[in-house]
Design a protein around this ligand. Structure first.
Ligand code: SF4
Length: 352
């Protein structure tokens, strides 16, 4: 029974992969609502009515990799790419901080220029944002060698994010071409060893089945990542998967709710990168407690899953997001509340 599994999770008892599979298999509308309302209850019990907010600074869209689902894969030749300067990145992060956003997510493709000279470009950007802006920082620079993690932490990053997308190994290998499954999995472990908090993520609709989703949720949880996410795949023009039939958001919403009841104290994002602002309410109603991918308009910045959606019209801007939260009876967290949260979580990772 679905109710029994939900009750078990809420009581803190261990929930098996088979039970997660059952939850992820729900199709009945009333069972779905039962799951979502349990997720809201668990989220509100742990975090109250506050929602954390992250801004997105996608500072280099160059990448040496060729992931079959990604618009910025190196073989997608005829697209505009950009690389922002340190000054521009500092200015963008500063405007996020001034607007009351809790964290700047500094994201790039695996850009060889940023990786040159011992990752100097990347480290300079992180330390400049720390020194000149003082906002909490997530680094999302792709897969790094193990010895880089203490340096990323030392430069000032609070978080390291690296999405596995799926823990189905053959599927991973068919998507992230010529990349190591184990190396990518270990990124999260090495980050936490170095005192960084870690984020992992799954993509829904890439060819995985329901059991894969259940196993991926449980694996992400067991790695101890403090932030875990699910995002629906949006087919990208100019890629081998451009004609893939897209999913609606139902599976993503179920995954958000299941992760919430299994891992009550983790951060679980609602990304504006999939459905833009239209998807905010449903994801918050499924138990998410962080809004990610807030992008300032008029700055020529891209998103990842939807590289243009709602950016230039300002709908992903801060005021608009805050207003929507208020309408839903939630509030955006102050940065001091976010920093206290980070400090409480850092006690759980190495090097704290
Ligand atoms: S998903 Fe990341 S690593 Fe893969 S091609 Fe896109 S930017 Fe590069």
């Amino acid at each position: 029974m679905i109710s029994d599994i939900i009750a078990k999770a809420e009581n803190g008892s261990e929930v098996s992969v088979d039970e997660v599979f059952e939850l992820m298999s729900i199709t009945d509308a009333s069972e779905m609502e039962e799951l979502f309302s349990a997720a809201r209850r668990v989220r509100d019990r742990n975090f109250g009515k506050k929602i954390f907010t992250y801004g997105f600074v996608y500072f280099s869209t160059y990448c040496k990799n060729n992931c079959s689902f990604c618009y910025y894969r190196c073989s997608n030749n005829n697209i505009g790419r950009y690389r922002k300067s340190v000054e521009e990145i500092v200015q963008l992060a500063g405007s996020l901080k001034d607007a009351g956003i809790n964290l700047a997510d500094l994201t790039m493709g695996e850009d060889p220029k940023m990786y040159a000279d011992g990752y100097k470009g990347l480290l300079d950007i992180i330390s400049s944002v720390r020194d000149e802006v003082g906002i909490s920082i997530m680094a999302s620079p792709g897969a790094l060698p193990r010895e880089m993690f203490p340096k990323v932490r030392e430069a000032g990053a609070d978080w390291y994010a690296c999405y596995q997308e799926t823990y189905n190994r053959p599927l991973f290998e068919s998507l992230r071409l010529d990349q190591s499954f184990d190396d990518r999995r270990n990124q999260k472990v090495w980050a936490r060893e170095a005192g960084l908090l870690a984020e992992d993520g799954m993509m829904i609709g890439l060819g995985e089945d329901v059991r894969d989703r259940a196993e991926t949720i449980v694996t992400m949880g067991s790695l101890g990542c403090e932030q875990i996410r699910a995002m629906t795949f949006v087919p990208q023009e100019g890629t081998p998967m451009q004609d893939h039939t897209p999913y609606d958001s139902t599976e993503e919403l179920k995954a958000i709710a299941v992760m919430r009841i299994l891992y009550p104290d983790r951060l679980i994002p609602c990304s504006l990168d999939v459905e833009g602002i239209a998807g905010l309410k449903t994801r918050i109603a499924a138990g998410a407690n962080v809004i990610t991918s807030i992008v300032p308009p008029n700055q020529n910045l891209a998103g990842v899953a939807q590289h243009e959606l709602d950016i230039e019209n300002g709908n992903r801007s801060v005021d608009h997001v805050f207003e929507m939260l208020d309408e839903m009876g939630y509030r955006h967290a102050e940065s001091s509340e976010y920093v206290s949260f980070l400090n409480s979580r850092r006690a759980g990772v190495g090097g704290a």
